[in-house]
Design a protein around this ligand. Structure first.
Ligand SMILES: Nc1nc2c(ncn2[C@@H]2O[C@H](COP(=O)(O)OP(=O)(O)O)[C@@H](O)[C@H]2O)c(=O)[nH]1
Ligand SMILES: [Mg+2]
Length: 265
C-alpha cells in the first residue's frame, strides 16, 4: 500500500466496523515497551509525523530519568480511535519495576497522571482496588516492543524479554510487534534473527525521525504507517472472535495479583 492508502486506512479505522461490532471496546491503545533510550518517544514522534504529513514536530520528549518513585504514562492521540502510550520502566531485571511494567500493560496505571511506583503487595492491591472504582476495560491493547540496534543485546536481556513477550501475548491476544530502531547503526539482521527466535511474528527495522535528522522520504514514512497498519490488522484479527472486555480485565487482574504475590514470596 502506498502512503496515502495507508493513511486513509488508519484514519478511518473504527472498532465499530469490526465484524461483531466493537464488543465493548472504544479505543485502541498502542502500548510501547522497551528500555530507556531505545527510541520509544522518537517512535511516537515519527508515527505522528508520518500520519499527519505536516512538518516534523516533537510531541514526545525524551523523558528525564529522575530516578524517583513516581512515573507518568503519557498518551499521544494518533486518530479519534487510536492512541499511542509511552510506558515507563527501564530495568526489567528489577522485579518491582517489572510489576509496574505489567500493571501498565494491563492498563491499571492511569494515563497522563503522576503515580507512585508500587513498593509491595499492598500497594498493588490498593491500586487495583482504586481502579475498580472507575474500571477501564474499553481499551483494546496492542503491545509494541522497541529495541535499538545500537545496543548489544545480552543473553540475560534475552532471558528477560522472552517471557515478557509471551506474557504480553497471553494477556492481550497479540504477540508484540518488534520495532528495531537506529537500523543504520548496527546489525539489524542479526537482531531480527534473535527476536524471531524469541517467537516474534512481526519485526520492523526503522530509522526514527529525530531533531537531528527528519529528512522525509517515502520509504521512511511508509514504514511508520506500516507499523500502525500491522497493529490494526492484529486488532481486526482478534475482533473476529467473541471477546468480553470485562472478563479480559478480570484475567489481567488475576495475572497481576499472582505476579506480585509470587514476587513477594
Ligand atoms: N539516529 C537515530 N537516533 C535515534 C533513533 N531513535 C532514537 N534516537 C535518539 O536516541 C535518543 C533516545 O531516544 P528516545 O526516543 O528518547 O528513547 P526512549 O527513552 O525509549 O523514549 C534520542 O536522542 C533520540 O534522538 C533512531 O532510530 N535513529
Ligand atoms: Mg521516552
Amino acid at each position: 500500500m502506498d502512503v496515502d492508502k495507508l493513511r486513509e486506512y488508519i484514519q478511518s479505522f473504527c472498532l465499530n466496523d469490526c465484524p461483531l461490532g466493537n464488543q465493548g471496546y472504544t479505543r485502541i491503545l498502542l502500548q510501547l515497551f522497551g528500555f530507556l533510550g531505545h527510541g520509544k518517544s522518537s517512535l511516537i514522534n515519527s508515527c505522528k509525523f508520518a500520519l499527519l504529513g505536516k512538518g516534523f514536530k516533537k510531541h514526545a520528549e525524551a523523558a528525564a530519568n529522575d530516578g524517583g518513585l513516581t512515573m507518568e504514562r503519557k498518551s499521544y492521540q494518533l486518530t479519534g480511535n487510536i492512541t499511542m502510550v509511552d510506558n515507563r520502566g527501564c530495568a526489567m531485571i528489577n522485579p518491582y519495576e517489572m510489576a509496574e511494567i505489567y500493571a501498565q500493560l494491563c492498563n491499571f496505571v492511569p494515563l497522563d497522571e503522576r503515580v507512585e511506583w508500587n513498593q509491595n503487595y499492598e500497594d498493588m492491591m490498593f491500586r487495583l482496588e482504586d481502579d475498580d472504582v472507575n474500571p477501564n476495560f474499553a481499551d483494546f491493547v496492542v503491545p509494541i516492543f522497541v529495541y535499538s540496534v545500537k545496543k548489544a543485546i545480552s543473553g540475560r536481556e534475552i532471558d528477560e524479554i522472552q517471557p515478557f513477550l509471551k506474557n504480553c501475548r497471553d494477556l492481550t491476544g497479540i504477540f508484540p510487534i518488534i520495532v528495531l530502531t537506529n537500523k543504520t547503526s548496527g546489525d539489524f539482521a542479526e537482531l531480527r534473527n534473535i527476536f524471531e527466535g524469541m517467537g516474534a511474528e512481526e519485526i520492523l527495522a526503522v530509522e526514527n525521525y529525530t531533531d537531528e535528522d527528519h529528512f522525509k522520504t517515502r520509504g521512511r514514512h511508509t514504514l511508520f504507517l506500516e507499523l500502525i497498519h500491522k497493529a490494526l490488522k492484529d486488532v481486526s484479527f482478534c475482533m473476529k472472535e467473541q471477546r468480553d472486555p470485562i472478563r479480559d480485565r478480570a484475567q489481567r487482574k488475576k495475572f497481576l495479583l499472582k505476579y506480585v504475590h509470587e514476587r513477594d514470596l
